[in-house]
Design a protein around this ligand. Structure first.
Ligand code: PRP
Length: 221
């Protein structure tokens, strides 16, 4: 019997901010399934006719599913992808979910130079990216890993600074924080398992070729 699992293309979608736009974008290139919803309690949703299967995953787990081949492809923010340090093939910048990663400090206690923050504590969801950024500046820091509401760090005296995502800047402004260093531009990326890219090359390549003009036209933004 044919291994029917291998006939399928499995796609990992992240819950949260990127979910709906990812789902709509894939729908436009013919990848869809009934009842595909972020709120679904069913976490694997198949379309038997199209031989496609969607996995709805926690954002930070998407690169893991793709690295191990549990999903052939996935959509994920560049920030989460870099932080994950997973070995996947980043094939396409999807151009949505734009924001940037930066370092911010309390406005009132702003020091003169970036280097003046050496050896201080930085609260972040992104210790790997932060460490490589500070290493490039010749700075050693102490990293405090938080999983959300990072802006709280300096307010409650947990850290002198934060490294976090900024989209509109509202959260920084509301918490009297000021950006002092830009670290990384972020957008959603299409990632591919390295083996799947070889074994399912035609199918994946067709998806990429169909996505490209939509992204370039800017229609999805
Ligand atoms: C992200 C990020 C900032 C906020 C930035 O948090 O960590 O807190 O969005 O957005 P803004 O510049 O538009 O204000 P998210 O909402 O993902 O929640 P979290 O704090 O739980 O990570």
């Amino acid at each position: 019997m044919e291994n029917y699992m291998n006939d399928y293309l499995t796609i990992a979608l992240p819950k949260g901010k990127l979910f709906t736009i990812s789902k709509n974008l894939l729908h436009r290139v013919g990848l869809s399934a009934d009842h595909l919803s972020e709120k679904s309690r069913k976490l694997v949703i198949e379309n038997k006719d199209l031989k496609v299967r969607f996995i709805i995953a926690k954002t930070s787990d998407v690169p893991t599913y793709v690295e191990y081949g549990a999903a052939d492809i996935g959509i994920i923010g560049k920030d989460v992808l870099l932080e994950s340090q997973k070995d996947v093939y980043e094939i396409l910048d999807l151009g949505f979910g734009k924001c940037h990663l930066m370092m911010a400090v309390p406005q009132k206690e702003k020091r003169r130079r970036l280097l003046d923050y050496s050896y201080t504590r930085v609260a972040t969801k992104y210790p790997h990216i932060a460490e490589s950024f500070f290493a490039r500046q010749g700075m050693q820091m102490e990293y405090i890993k938080l999983n959300g509401s990072i802006e709280l760090g300096p307010i409650v005296g947990l850290s002198e600074s934060i490294v976090d995502i900024v989209e509109t800047g509202t959260t920084l402004a509301e918490n009297d924080l000021e950006e002092i260093a830009h670290i990384l531009d972020v957008s959603a990326r299409l990632i591919v398992n390295r083996v799947s890219f070889k074994l399912k090359f035609h199918r994946i390549n067709e998806i990429v070729n169909n996505l490209r003009p939509i992204i370039e036209s800017g229609e999805i933004l």
